[in-house]
Design a protein around this ligand. Sequence first.
Ligand code: P6P
Length: 333
Amino acid sequence: MKRISLTQHLIEQQRLHNSIPSELRLLIEVVGRACKTISHAVGKGALGEVLGSAESENVQGEVQKKLDIISNEILLEANEWGGHLAAMASEEMESIHPIPNRYPQGEYLLLFDPLDGSSNIDVNVSIGTIFSVLKAPEGMAAPTEQDFMQAGRRQVAAGYAVYGPQTMLVLTTGNGVHCFTLDREMGAWVLTQADMQIPAETKEFSINASNMRHWFPPVTRYVDEMLEGCTGPLKKDFNMRWVASMVADVHRILSRGGIFMYPADSRDLSMPGKLRLMYEANPMAMIVEQAGGAATDGKQSILDITPHKLHQRVPVFLGSKSEVERITRYHTE
Ligand code: P6P
């Protein structure tokens, strides 16, 4: 494959599809640069005094890791001066972060989970940054949380960086999913896979099986059938993977197929599942659908859900289309 940079890719995509105005291209390049800085901080580990927990909790009531806060700050500082954004929202911040008055306000809203999978930071397992881009409503003056309450179908871009053996950036602006690898010597994102496609069939599923006793019947039926393997109705054996880092699990699924599940369960009906709609489920759902896969909450496409709260949770079933359709069918039967 011809090795082109993120910038050249975005400019060529703009010529092809007229879907990446210069302000959006600037936004994506700024986020890409911020992810390089996060990758550098993450890569230092103990040498950079960045491991372990901060003395604080986030809005989810989760203890924040030092790198959660560092990554959040990196994204805020990288994006607030460019004039392309009206406001930002983050898993690590209770309310939205309007662009300070000293900077020009742009037409985009940026949402992110600055460092997803942070329970894995201190044990050197892959983690990542997830981001979603919406357009600010026409005529919006001072941005409010309500301006962010747009269905995932309205995202103009979505992506993630995965900090693993390689640092990679996976991106969609609505015309396919494209993957870049960080060339550390040049400090540049280089296109290494265009038009990623998720295989429709798979033999691999991802779920935290320790929650099995809390699952609702459709999930229990679906997983039981996979565990029965070639002796059961599916007549083939399956494999299980659970990294407990959504970015790592989704990247594997994008690369070789699979189904990722974080269902609601009987423990707390007010918190359906663990993953957040606006900056985890929605961006990953756009990426997966653009790669020929599917993403539902068990009933409908995640991208069609009308959001009500910035940090609302949603059950997630995403990946190989035939498998997502089957477990969704089990929920509606
Ligand atoms: P559990 C990480 O904290 C995260 O939000 C996702 O990245 C991951 O898929 C999930 O939670 C892991 O949850 O309950 O298995 O620890």
